[in-house]
Design a protein around this ligand. Structure first.
Ligand SMILES: Nc1nc2c(ncn2[C@@H]2O[C@H](COP(=O)(O)OP(=O)(O)OP(=O)(O)O)[C@@H](O)[C@H]2O)c(=O)[nH]1
Ligand SMILES: [Mg+2]
Ligand SMILES: [Zn+2]
Length: 302
């Protein structure tokens, strides 16, 4: 039988076959292979009543379309990069690295700015304008649910993960979407599922890392929503520095105006990117993320 791994905890995997979830383990040689099973993997499995370690045995991982290490998931069409401006404060380099990681794997990014109730209009506008011309962008209020239906329409029919810092409201959004998607078309399992959300701790303003494991919530035939644990930092993979430049689509047209065709927009003279920055035509946060990312990949080249 075929199913999707929707959760994995301590060597146990939960496999969804389109109707219900069975728990089980990977066959011995799959485990030895060290090539872990990712949540999102489509697997061949058999029901095994005699097995004391659960109800099923996974025999094989069907070839993955893609996978990410942070968060550890596979077979994504879209990565929704979720962040708030306050509680927790936005950390643009982390956000931009997450976006870059998706683009590298040909996973389409969607930008989701949360907690609109906690930020003022001006800072929301700055955040929105940094992204809306390059990626689909949506603003969400997790308290009222505003924006979550728009997000649901953007992700229907896809395999989509919500990723971003801890406490920004990923699980809260998951629950809004599960509620909006609820209809007679969903089966009993799909109707019953819900994500756990956590209180913000007062001292740090950060979430209490409430989501500890990736979990996939199937929403009818073709839609799968992955809720993932938050994180605070991300390392740059071993990219070529020019590859990093290519991960900023907003540079593409402008940089044809740079004096040097291989301009990296750092110290070169007559740089169209730096001019655009001075004129306010490029988001400063994006350029700063770019500088941080190029510094980090330079470490790899040494
Ligand atoms: N003020 C405000 N609070 C929100 C909003 N969305 C979520 N929260 C609260 O923020 C806290 C964290 O929300 P979660 O949904 O658990 O955050 P998360 O991104 O899943 O966090 P991790 O699982 O740790 O990665 C909860 O107390 C939510 O009620 C919002 O739009 N505005
Ligand atoms: Mg969560
Ligand atoms: Zn330049």
């Amino acid at each position: 039988m075929k199913g999707t791994v929707v959760k994995g905890i301590g060597g146990f995997y939960f496999v969804y076959d389109g109707n219900s979830v069975v728990m089980g383990k990977a066959r011995g040689n799959l485990k030895r292979n060290r090539d872990l099973i990712y949540v999102g993997d489509i697997v061949d499995f058999d029901i095994d009543k005699s097995d004391m370690d659960g109800e099923c045995v996974i025999h094989r991982v069907i070839e993955r379309k893609n996978h990410l290490n942070r968060p550890p998931v596979s077979n994504l069409d879209t990565l929704v990069v979720v962040f708030s401006l306050r509680q927790p404060d936005v950390n643009y380099p982390v956000i931009d690295k997450l976006i870059a990681g998706a683009v590298m794997k040909e996973i389409e990014p969607v930008i989701c700015i949360t907690k609109t109730d906690l930020a003022d209009e001006e800072e929301l506008e700055i955040a929105r304008s940094a992204y809306e011309d390059i990626y689909p962008t949506v603003l969400v209020n997790g308290i009222s649910g505003e924006g979550t239906e728009t997000l649901l329409e953007m992700i229907r029919g896809r395999r989509v993960a919500l990723a971003g810092p801890s406490g920004v409201g990923k699980s809260t959004i998951t629950n809004h979407i599960l509620k909006s998607a609820a209809s007679d078309e969903l089966n009993a399992y799909e109707k019953a599922i819900e994500a756990e959300t956590g209180e913000i701790s007062d001292k740090t303003g950060r979430g209490k890392h409430t989501t500890r494991h990736v979990e996939i919530f199937p929403l009818g035939e073709d839609t799968m929503l992955y809720d993932t644990p938050g994180f605070t930092s991300l390392d740059m993979p071993e990219y070529d520095i020019y590859k990093v430049r290519d991960l900023f689509p907003e540079f593409r047209e402008l940089q044809t105006g740079c004096k040097y065709a291989d301009c990296l927009h750092i110290n070169e003279p007559e740089c169209a990117i730096k001019e655009a920055l001075e004129e306010g035509k490029l988001a400063r946060s994006r350029y700063e993320s770019y500088l941080i990312m190029t510094e980090e990949v330079k470490k790899w080249q040494k």
